[in-house]
Design a protein around this ligand. Structure first.
Ligand code: MCA
Length: 505
């Protein structure tokens, strides 16, 4: 039994000896014990298995953040099923791709999106493979909960190999076609163990959890650190700076994207008085401005710990818990992770030079779902993953991310791939071509700006935005649209996006 690599079995080993200990408290006063999480996830695991889900099958989940959604994730782990979470902002056409590609056995969605999901399923070949389409609403009710409640509260964690897939998350990629990122039980466990140790998590910690749980940050960093240390959390369904100010006095750790911290700073009630029990603020998913880092120090006396990760790799580097946290850097590689900066020929560069950042370690994913060629493209012969980020490393090993070679925008901690938006805009009547670039934004750090070249009657900026809004998740919708006679191109015909950023940024 001890050889079982099932992540849930590892979590369970770290449960407090008294299972009545609180695992989480919600914003509306509900208290959930470790015992309840154990029993509820067992009931769901039994239910999923009874519905015919077998080890390795995907369970696609597009539901709001809730306690029951967390139980569903734990249930998938224990049953050896692959948890496939989707951002609740995704629209029908985006869903169609994910469902068609992931080919789930079970789909769980909010009752309000049932018709959309049914339609998306009927449009893909994956539809007939779905054994059950269940609902789970933001309040925790729905057919999943109803069915699960009739099941036993015992479930032995399925025996899995460390290399077996625990979760499938998608990244849109530079081509506009999303790639499924397979994350194994070992990837998630080893990264979680590293973080618990690097950030000093113990059972006395209480994490302020306001991040979504359809991404690595909220699920595999936040939840994993808590469950791997027997700690507890204050669980909010979303981010609000005023709710954070109210909750912080009862917490010891907070994790967030930089927007969470800039919004905290803009709240006049935020200051050292809220932070008397706090020991750590962690920031990631997007670059933290030095200005935010410094303002935060001045305002509450805490130095934000910035770390760096990706969906493909989990966390790679982190500023230290003890020791100097340097503004503008993401810290040295975490124990067990190797981070190197190479030139375009793959030669390791001397200290201080800018190049391509590559990483290797037990946290790095084994490859893209059913895309062996793409996997081969993104890994070097000696097994390093090309992050697509440009970086430098100083003499102490501190890494600074200085740019991205993959044409990506990070908006409010969410990755936005211009190609995906350009394809949608190029389809509009009156648009000859388009280019989407990231421009600075006070709240989201960066947002998408679309530049269109009209060919006949150009659509208005509002029409372009409305078109995007109908087809794309809201965070991808350009915040602004500009028109230009021709896109600037270099001698190779490549659009010079830097010029567009300079002109319209
Ligand atoms: C919302 N909007 C956005 C974004 N979020 N626009 C651009 N970028 C965004 N991220 C827009 C909506 O479309 C809407 O526009 C308006 O803002 C208000 O929407 P609302 O949902 O009310 O916004 P919010 O609740 O204030 O959300 C902003 C947020 C949220 C709290 C910053 O986006 C968030 O929680 N982001 C964190 C995402 C995350 O977990 N990232 C980690 C990925 P309109 O009104 O026009 O419709 S994991 C990762 O990156 C790696 C692995 C790592 O290292 O962590």
């Amino acid at each position: 039994m001890s050889s079982n690599a099932n992540l849930f079995a590892h979590f369970k080993r770290h449960f407090p000896s008294d299972h009545e200990t609180e695992l989480l408290a919600t914003a509306d006063g509900r208290s959930v014990s470790y015992r309840e999480a154990d029993e509820a996830s067992a009931r769901i695991a039994n239910c999923l298995v009874a519905l015919g889900a077998k080890s390795g099958d995907r369970v696609t989940v597009q539901v709001e953040k809730s306690v029951e959604n967390l139980f569903l994730y734990l249930a998938c782990l224990r049953a050896g099923l692959v948890y496939h979470p989707l951002n609740t902002a995704y629209k029908a056409s985006e869903l169609e791709y994910f469902l068609g590609n992931a080919e789930p056995t079970i789909v769980v969605c909010d009752a309000d999106s049932l018709a959309t999901i049914e339609l998306a399923l009927s449009a893909t070949e994956a539809g007939p493979g779905v054994n059950a389409l269940l609902t789970l609403n933001a309040d925790g009710n729905g057919t999943l909960t109803e069915k699960a409640n009739t099941n036993s509260a015992d479930f032995e964690a399925a025996e899995v190999l460390g290399s077996d897939m625990a979760a499938l998350l998608y990244s849109s990629g530079t081509t506009g076609q999303p790639k499924g990122i397979m994350l194994s039980h070992d990837n998630l466990r080893k990264n979680a163990e590293t973080l618990v140790s690097a950030w000093g998590f113990t059972a006395t910690d209480r994490l302020l959890h306001m991040l979504p749980i359809y991404h690595v940050h909220g699920l595999f960093v936040g939840v994993s650190c808590v469950l791997m240390s027997g700690a507890s959390m204050v669980w909010h369904s979303g981010y609000s700076d005023s709710a954070a100010v109210a909750a912080l006095p009862g917490c010891t750790v907070m994790m967030g994207v930089p927007t969470y911290y800039t919004r905290l700073l803009s709240n006049p009630n935020f200051g050292s008085a809220c932070c008397t029990n706090m020991r750590l603020f962690v920031s990631g998913s997007a670059p933290l401005l030095s200005e935010t880092f410094e303002d935060f120090q001045t305002r509450c006396g805490h130095t934000i710990l910035e770390r760096y990760g990706m969906t493909e790799t989990g966390m790679n580097t982190s500023n230290p818990l003890e020791g100097e946290r340097r503004a503008g850097t993401v810290g040295p590689a975490l124990p067990g992770v190797t981070a190197r900066v190479v030139d375009d020929a793959g030669e390791v560069l001397p200290v201080g030079e800018t190049g391509n950042l590559q990483v290797q370690g037990p946290n790095v994913f084994p490859g893209y779902w059913r895309m062996p060629e793409k996997t081969a493209e993104d890994f070097t012969e000696d097994g390093f993953f090309n992050t697509g980020d440009k970086a430098t490393k100083d003499a102490d090993g501190y890494v600074s991310i200085v740019g991205r070679s993959k044409d990506m925008i990070i908006s409010g901690g969410l990755n936005v791939y211009p190609k995906e938006i350009e394809l949608v805009i190029d389809d509009m009547a009156g648009v000859k071509e388009s280019a989407v670039v990231g421009v600075s934004h006070a709240d989201f750090g960066e947002v998408a700006l679309a530049v269109i070249v009209p060919d006949s009657e150009a659509p208005s900026g509002d029409e372009v935005i409305a078109h995007c809004r109908a087809l794309l998740a809201n965070f991808k919708v350009p915040k602004r649209v500009e028109t230009i006679d021709a896109l600037p191109r270099n001698a190779m015909g490549k659009v010079q996006k830097n010029l567009l950023r300079e002109r319209f940024g």
